[in-house]
Design a protein around this ligand. Structure first.
Ligand code: 9GP
Length: 814
């Protein structure tokens, strides 16, 4: 597409789609007209991709995920289509700057963090690797809240991402499905006289599809992200209206539409369970009905379902799909239980993303029965057959059988969704080597012993398109100039950079790129927070969800330790550092929100104290999201990956930092282990207890206060927080945090403190030699190729889904 063609299309869209003369058009209008221009191009690819599916007997990967954290689309689509330069020129000729138009896009924040962003990276890789795929999820009207920081505290602001419309999606009112809830089940005889069960629901909503095209990088494949929005079946209950109940008449509409209103923040202690279960069932049912419709449209028999669709359950959120597919096959398509079960198990794969017990979903039985009575019966039947086979073939004792059961009978009876996912899937995987091992040893041990062959590991990955080529254009240019551009789709080629780590001229260029990225971030932070950072200092960064297990408070204890050292001796020669934090806390997570307040409180004191602020600064970047993440990862010198060992399933931020040349300080947790293996232990700052050591310490009876008594720097830091030094004398505000650490410290912050500080001192020593630091930085990028989502998706396609590449040809339109 040439610049003049682009220009013409933008003008056409201004006229015909938006209805504004160019002279009156705002930046937002131009952004939309440009987005529609790009979308037209995607649509051509999309149509050809669908055509290939219809004409050939192909298998499709269906990624079922309650979250897709896509990030802004425009820049990514321009990159993948390879038309950025032409677009830049076209909009310039119309008096606009592309960067200004890019800034107009409202980020669709339909995810909490790692899990949702992983789904987005996988969609990018599936299209780039030319594999047919459908992402299925929920079109939340309000995504993850926007975070503002007021007086150091997090405030949550509703995310109205749809307020100006969304030019990337295409509403498909013709693709709708009914989803039932409530009611009861009953027996009946079918035409052949056989006894059957039917579900008599008492409510139904309609799910309508909104499709977003997902363009692969420099290929013609364009897949679909299909998000479901809930609508009332009848927007007006005429009977109620006729009897004079006007508000009752719209009630059903209001209730139905709340199903897809808002994304639940994770990490909440206890959430509004009812709506969450409705959301999960709603999107899963629409998606499975959609697959059956596609199968029918191709004239394929139901038995071929697993040959046509590989359905991946992204965590337990969509695991109700196991019972729903059984219902659709047995009740609606009248397959035998046995045939339906074979199809179901062959179809599903399950990815577990956490070992944290509170994140392994279970549903109270009464709630489940009230909303999904037929599914409860199906789950009972699955369970009865499963447990019978366990008793028969594996001769398990009662205790064992109880542990495996889909129903937890300890206390209030609850349905264990992870167990349903395991029983109903032919493949079960964790998201990093350590995590997959721990799954087998802990939460899914009993299932592993039953079916070792189902278990496998798929270490996460991130897309190098968005997180290097797009986010870090200067580094990309330097790399491409040095080794060619093959790395963008074959990140293993980054290895070719290794010898250049010994080239002083190359190292200088590398440093200049980092410096310029840091300047850009410093400008952004100044604008957002008023805090000035010097880009010649070390940028020490921790951005991710705020959670006790991720231990942002360990990081801030290091800041306080340095502060105390400088206060004791203002002349102390320490390497100047900017500590940069970012991340949202779940609105109901009391301690996490206090950690944010503490970071800001320490920042306020440090940044305003002339004894220390020439060597230390602290900034909290508000509203960490994909967009500002793209500024942050490329600007980091040091990446903080300091979770308690055994708690972080994988992490993906750690990969984004490494690919952009940050060195990591981290524990042996999640994918850190593999990052260290790849980049070499000499290029990674390791500290802290191992998973085994943490378990041993906790078994022995962990006494956190003993560490305070044994370490004067730690004691001083804690005393300072407790004394109100960082809170204008208020000794109450941080008391819950201090008490929690001193009395229980569930994530072993104190136990790892001394080693962390020693390791940070080592970091500071290495930083003093910029040539060596740069050498290490280059080697980190060069050796991080494994952490591309292309590698991960290739493994899913080859080892679980059996989904092969299908090059898409664009037929000549003339
Ligand atoms: O906490 C994990 C994180 O470690 C991982 O990188 C991410 C993607 O696999 O999933 C997160 N898990 C969740 O968000 C909830 O299970």
């Amino acid at each position: 597409m040439s610049a003049p063609e682009i220009k013409k299309s933008i003008l056409d869209h201004l006229t015909y789609s938006i209805g504004r003369p160019p002279s009156l058009a705002s930046k937002q209008d131009y952004y939309k007209a440009l987005a529609l221009t790009v979308r037209d191009r995607l649509q051509q690819h999309w149509v050809e991709t669908v055509q290939a599916y219809l004409e050939q007997d192909l298998k499709v990967a269906c990624y079922l995920s309650a979250e897709f954290l896509m990030g802004p689309h425009l820049g990514n689509n321009l990159l993948n289509l390879g038309i950025e330069n032409e677009v830049r020129q076209a909009v310039k000729e119309m008096g606009c700057e592309l960067d200004e138009l890019l800034a107009e896009e409202e980020e669709p924040g339909l995810g909490n963090g790692g899990l949702g962003r992983l789904a987005a990276c996988y969609m990018d890789s599936l299209a780039t690797l030319e594999r047919l795929a459908l992402g299925y999820g929920i079109r939340y009207e309000f995504g993850i809240f926007d975070q503002e920081i007021r007086d150091g505290w997090q405030c949550e602001i509703t995310d109205k991402w749809l307020r100006s419309g969304n030019p990337w999606e295409i509403a498909k009112p013709e693709i709708t499905y009914y989803v039932n809830f409530g009611g009861h089940t009953e027996y009946y005889r079918d035409e052949a006289g056989a006894e059957r069960i039917r579900w008599v629901p008492d409510r139904a909503v309609k799910g309508m599809a909104y499709d977003t095209p997902i363009q692969g990088y420099r290929v013609n494949t364009c897949n679909t992200l299909r998000l479901w929005s809930a609508e009332a079946c009848e927007s007006f209950d005429f009977q109620a209206f006729n009897t004079g109940d006007y508000y009752g008449a719209v009630d059903d509409k209001v209730i139905s539409e709340t199903i897809t209103k808002v994304l639940y923040p994770n990490d909440e202690p206890e959430i509004g369970k009812r709506l969450r279960l409705l959301q999960q069932y709603f999107f899963v049912s629409c998606s499975l009905q959609d697959m059956l419709r596609l199968l029918d449209a191709q004239g394929q028999p139901t038995q071929r379902f697993p040959e046509k669709f590989a359905v991946q359950l992204n965590d337990t959120h969509p695991s109700i799909g196991v019972a729903e597919l059984m219902r659709l096959l047995v009740d609606e398509r009248r397959l035998s239980w046995e045939d339906a079960w074979d199809i179901t198990v062959l179809t599903f794969g399950y990815t577990n993303h956490t070992l944290l017990p509170e994140a392994l979903e279970t549903w109270p039985l009464p709630l489940f029965r009230e909303l999904l009575p037929r599914h409860l019966e199906i789950i009972y039947e699955i369970n009865a057959r499963f447990l019978a086979s366990v008793r028969e073939t594996h001769h398990q004792d009662d205790e064992h059988v109880k542990r495996l059961s889909l129903i937890d009978e300890n206390g209030e009876k609850r349905i264990r969704m992870a167990h349903l996912a395991c029983v109903g899937s032919h493949a079960i995987n964790g998201v990093a080597a350590l995590h997959s091992e721990l799954l087998k040893r802990s939460v899914l041990k009993d299932f592993y012993e039953l079916w070792p062959e189902r278990f496998n590991n798929k270490t996460n990955g991130v897309t190098p398109r968005r997180f290097m080529a797009l986010a870090n254009p200067k580094l990309s240019e330097l790399i491409t100039r040095t080794i060619g551009d093959g790395w963008i789709t074959h990140t293993e080629e980054l290895r070719m950079l290794e010898p250049f780590s010994e080239d002083a001229a190359f190292r200088k260029e590398w440093r200049l790129v980092k410096q310029s990225n840091k300047q850009q971030l410093a400008d952004y932070i100044l604008k957002q927070t008023g805090i000035e950072l010097d880009p010649s200092w070390m940028f020490d960064v921790q951005v991710k969800r705020i959670h006790e297990y991720k231990r942002q408070h360990l990081n801030i204890l290091h800041v306080i330790t340095l502060y105390n050292r400088l206060k004791r001796d203002p002349k102390l020669a320490i390497a100047p550092r900017a500590f940069i934090f970012g991340g949202k806390a779940a609105p109901g997570y009391f301690i996490a929100k206090r950690i944010i307040k503490l970071i800001n409180a320490v920042g306020e004191v440090v940044n305003n104290d002339p004894d220390v602020n020439k060597k230390l600064r602290v900034a909290f970047v508000p509203n960490f999201n994909v967009q500002n993440g793209q500024l942050i990862y490329p600007a980091a010198d040091l990446s903080e990956q300091i979770s308690m060992a055994g708690k972080e399933a994988s992490g993906t931020g750690n990969m984004k930092f490494t690919l952009n040349g940050a060195l990591t300080i981290g524990t042996l947790d999640g994918a850190n282990v593999e990052i260290r293996d790849e980049v070499g232990e000499e290029n990674f700052f390791l500290f802290g207890l191992t998973t085994e050591e943490t378990l041993r310490l906790q078994q022995q009876g962990y006494r956190p206060y003993a560490y305070v008594e044994g370490n004067s720097e730690l004691a001083e830091a804690i005393r300072l927080i407790a004394s109100g030094h960082f809170s204008h004398g208020d000794t109450e505000v941080f008391r819950p945090l201090v008490d929690n650490l001193c009395q229980s410290d569930p994530f072993l912050v104190f136990a790892d403190y001394a080693d962390y500080i020693a390791c940070q001192d080592k970091v500071a020593g290495v930083w003093k030699d910029p040539e060596n630091w740069t050498r290490m930085s280059i080697l980190n990028t060069a050796r991080a190729g494994k952490f591309s989502s292309d590698r991960a998706i290739r493994e899913y396609c080859d080892e679980i889904w059996d989904v092969r590449p299908v090059p898409i040809m664009i037929k000549d339109k003339t």
